[in-house]
Write a protein that binds this ligand. Structure first.
Ligand code: ZN
Ligand code: ZN
Length: 415
């Protein structure tokens, strides 16, 4: 049976109301990374009802739903589940008022991971209902804690591939600020690597009136921050791209006390392994050298607090998947967004088992609203981005787009 004969739009019509209800429920009950208990239970319940073999607690709160349907390729379909510490301001009737039970912070699905769960469950339903039309294994991975970059690794460390099989391809998607019914996919390095560092500089504290008895970490930190500005400008080639941001600097308590330490929080974005290695080495060299220049007795501590590798889309996998998406959605509905400076840990699922990856964005914005903003040159101003307290995908067409894209891509890779 061909994809066309499957009539994805008709099948979607039959389940659309149920998926919209699911989305509203997930949206109203967001949970932070590794705390997705309710979310995981709801996913598991639904996947069991659909007839999938379901395993919970993979990588703490992850869920794996597998359907073995004869011999054939194993296709990993991935959705992330976690929300963010953001106070929702959309005013939607199903807006979140949730707070995290541990920290008390407001919690919101401000990145649309509730949409990813909804679309993957919708795809699983269509795939099981159409199981006579394909052969192989569907391996649905509902991943925790994408926002911290720790969730995919946690599932792999918990034996994801040993326990459930190694996939022939990894397919993932993210809702984003482009018009509904559209998909954006970029071959090769598609999303940035992130490295977040906590750097502690050690001085020697004392009285503000007697600097000669101290080693001042404030001056050490200031010199370090200034010198770090030369990493991108003086060490990275003009044709390469990198970002080095010192997002926080903390030291001291009073005007007449010289502190004994300073802390910097640094965020680094790069697009190739070579540039990444060069920037990280340069940052470490400068931090150590400035401490030595200040006469510090103790070497600085450099701790990685978050890390995302570059998301690399396999060019052949992108070509094959994009061709299927163009056929299903329309040739003008599949675009190349170029490099994205955001980061994603979906690629870890592919690189750790050697499978090719195809990861795409799908539209969540009303078409007319997007065009109006585009004509005004104000997409960045008028269309709330992911992580905004106003982030609100256009529910019905966004679900249709995400389910259609996921089913189409999965069927392309199944026999
Ligand atoms: Zn996010
Ligand atoms: Zn996200």
């Amino acid at each position: 049976m061909t994809r066309a004969a499957l009539h994805i739009p008709d099948r979607l019509d039959a389940i659309h109301g149920d998926l919209a209800d699911l989305y509203r429920d997930l949206h109203a009950h967001p949970e932070l990374g590794f705390a997705e208990q309710r979310t995981a239970a709801e996913i598991a319940r639904r996947a069991v009802d659909l007839g999938y073999e379901v395993t919970t607690g993979v990588g703490r709160t992850g869920v794996v739903a597998r359907l073995v349907n004869g011999a054939g390729p194993t296709v990993l379909l991935r959705a992330d589940m976690d929300a963010l510490p953001v106070a929702e301001q959309t005013g939607l009737p199903y807006a979140s008022t949730a707070t995290d039970p541990v920290t008390g912070d407001p919690v919101m699905h401000a990145c649309g991971h509730d949409m990813h769960i909804t679309c993957l469950l919708g795809a699983l339903r269509i795939l099981v209902e159409a199981r006579e039309s394909w052969q192989g294994t569907v391996l649905a991975v509902f991943q925790p804690a994408e926002e911290s970059g720790a969730g995919a690794a946690a599932m792999i460390d918990d034996g994801l591939f040993d326990r459930f099989g190694t996939p022939d391809v990894v397919l993932g998607q993210h809702v984003g600020p482009l018009p509904v019914h559209m998909v954006a996919v970029h071959a090769g390095a598609a999303m940035a690597a992130t490295d977040a560092l906590r750097i502690t500089l050690y001085g020697k504290g004392g009285h503000g009136s007697r600097p000669e008895t101290t080693i001042d970490p404030v001056v050490m930190a200031a010199a370090t921050v200034m010198r770090l500005q030369t990493v991108v400008s003086r060490e990275i080639a003009g044709g390469d791209t990198a970002v080095v941001t010192v997002g926080a600097i903390t030291a001291g308590t009073r005007h007449n006390i010289i502190a004994d330490r300073a802390e910097l929080l640094v965020n680094i974005r790069t697009f190739t392994p070579e540039v990444r290695a060069r920037v990280l080495a340069a940052v470490e060299r400068i931090v150590r050298a400035e401490a030595a220049a200040s006469g510090a007795d103790r070497a600085p501590d450099i701790e990685t607090i978050e890390t995302f590798p570059i998301l690399f889309n396999d060019p052949a996998a992108v070509e094959r998947t994009a061709a299927a998406l163009r056929e299903q959605l329309g040739a003008d509905k599949v675009v190349d967004p170029g490099l994205i400076t955001g980061s994603e840990d979906c690629g870890v699922l592919a690189t750790s088992c050697g499978a090719p990856l195809c990861y795409w964005y799908f539209g969540g914005v009303d078409r007319q609203r997007f065009l109006t903003a585009l004509q005004a040159g104000a997409v960045d101003r008028d269309i709330p981005s992911n992580h905004s307290p106003h982030f609100a995908p256009e529910l019905d067409p966004a679900i249709d787009t995400g389910v259609t894209a996921m089913v189409t891509a999965a069927l392309e890779w199944l026999d």
